[in-house]
Design a protein around this ligand. Structure first.
Ligand code: GLA
Length: 394
């Protein structure tokens, strides 16, 4: 099995700095890295004020950021071969920038909206987070740029500033890039820690690190990029979110998390589709609570079963899975995974499987075989060690 290499942060950082120098003829202030993520459990609950348990990947986006005279911003990406984006700081905003650059420029707009006085700057980006794989490449670019812009503005970045960067990145994503996402991805990118998953309470945005070191338990968290198309801005995500908001309004609460009597709430909902969506949210939040206990008790068998139950709920009640995700999950379980589920928004993207090390090759080979029997483009693999959140590297 070939896995996607996250690369060595020091050498990627050196190469993105050298590229910055070649493009701009001077040095960058520094290089800022922010990771992609997988969510262990707690899917489609962030925008309902629920609980989720993501972890940062070793695969990150690296942004070299430097001051530029005047008020112009340029953004160049190693992954995008079009002309670098150029715009004036004061003119960035919804509608003024499209495509990949919206994630970077959108953050600068949101920071200005927050009252930050941003100077002109050059940004060069290199990423090891695969795009379109449901691993939050967009949050990784947003958060690396946000951290760079903060340091360039002379702000001392403590947890409070990180929390405000999360909010700016969320605004960039929903108002400039057009994907109304819920905040989990940006929070883990800015607050992730090595050897831990992050228990995130999306009602008050409090966080707690939960120790998680699969390697020492003889387990690997295998990530399978289904290569099935995945987009958070083509309607499926937004319509799920709308169903939840409609239900919350009908139930007289701000967020579905606030419902106290869940059985009567479910019984009172007239629309069968909406009832299923809400049932997923209620049961998923409960599964996150159980998963944290199971993780803390090193009870990986039960944790695996909880992860699989999450997949079933996302497939049947929330209806955000697809044939490729289901195939990966079913095949992994048949070949010895303790648990498996789709991760992220769904409709394609990636699945994760908790696999004993001695079954890893077998699971990967079986997934490859299933794919080739179905005539699908080969899947991608990566192994996920819980890694550090956004940080300055150089
Ligand atoms: C995407 C969004 C997140 C979250 C997940 C589903 O990753 O960006 O905010 O809603 O989908 O859990």
């Amino acid at each position: 099995m070939d896995t996607l290499d996250p690369g060595d942060p020091t050498s990627i950082s050196r190469s993105v700095t050298a590229w910055f120098e070649r493009l701009h003829g001077r040095s960058a202030l520094g290089v800022f890295a922010a990771p992609g993520r997988v969510n262990l459990i707690g899917e489609h609950v962030d925008y309902n004020g629920g609980l989720c348990l993501p972890m940062a990947l070793p695969h990150a986006t690296y942004a070299a950021v430097g001051r530029r005279a005047g008020d112009t911003v340029t953004v160049a990406s190693r992954q995008q071969h079009d002309t670098p984006f150029t715009g004036r700081v004061a003119e960035l905003g919804p509608g003024s920038v499209t495509g990949w650059a919206a994630y970077a420029a959108g953050v600068l707009w949101a920071l200005r909206e927050d009252g930050w006085d941003l100077p002109g700057m050059d940004i060069t980006v290199d990423s090891r987070v695969p795009v379109g794989a449901g691993l939050s490449s967009s949050a990784a670019i947003e958060c690396s740029v946000a951290l760079g812009a903060a340091e360039l503005s002379g702000v001392a970045v403590d947890d409070e500033v990180r929390a405000s960067l999360v909010r700016a990145c969320m605004r960039a994503e929903s108002e400039v890039a057009g994907a109304p996402t819920g905040g989990m991805d940006q929070t883990i990118a800015l607050f992730g820690e090595a050897e831990a998953a992050l228990l995130l309470d999306c009602r008050d945005w409090s966080t707690r690190q939960v120790h998680w070191d699969p390697a020492s338990a003889g387990l690997t968290l295998l990530v399978v990029d289904t290569r099935a198309s995945h987009s958070l801005s083509d309607g499926g995500y937004e319509s799920r979110r709308r169903d939840c908001e409609t239900a919350a309004a009908e139930l007289g609460v701000d967020l579905l998390r606030d419902v106290v009597d869940q059985d009567s709430a479910l019984a009172s909902l007239g629309d069968e589709r909406v009832r299923r969506r809400v049932r997923h949210v209620f049961t998923e939040i409960e599964r996150v609570r159980r998963a944290v206990d199971e993780l803390e008790a090193d009870d990986f068998e039960t944790l695996g079963a909880t992860m699989t139950a999450s997949h079933v709920s996302l497939r049947d009640d929330y209806q955000v899975s697809c044939a490729e995700l289901d195939e990966v999950v079913d095949t992994a379980l048949r070949h010895g995974a303790l648990g498996a589920r789709m991760t992220g928004g769904g409709f394609g993207g990636s699945a994760i499987a908790l696999v004993p090390d001695d079954r890893l090759q077998e699971v990967a080979a079986a997934v490859q075989q299933a794919y080739s029997e179905r005539g699908w483009e080969a899947p991608g693999f990566l192994t996920a060690l819980p890694s550090a959140g956004a940080r300055r590297l150089a």
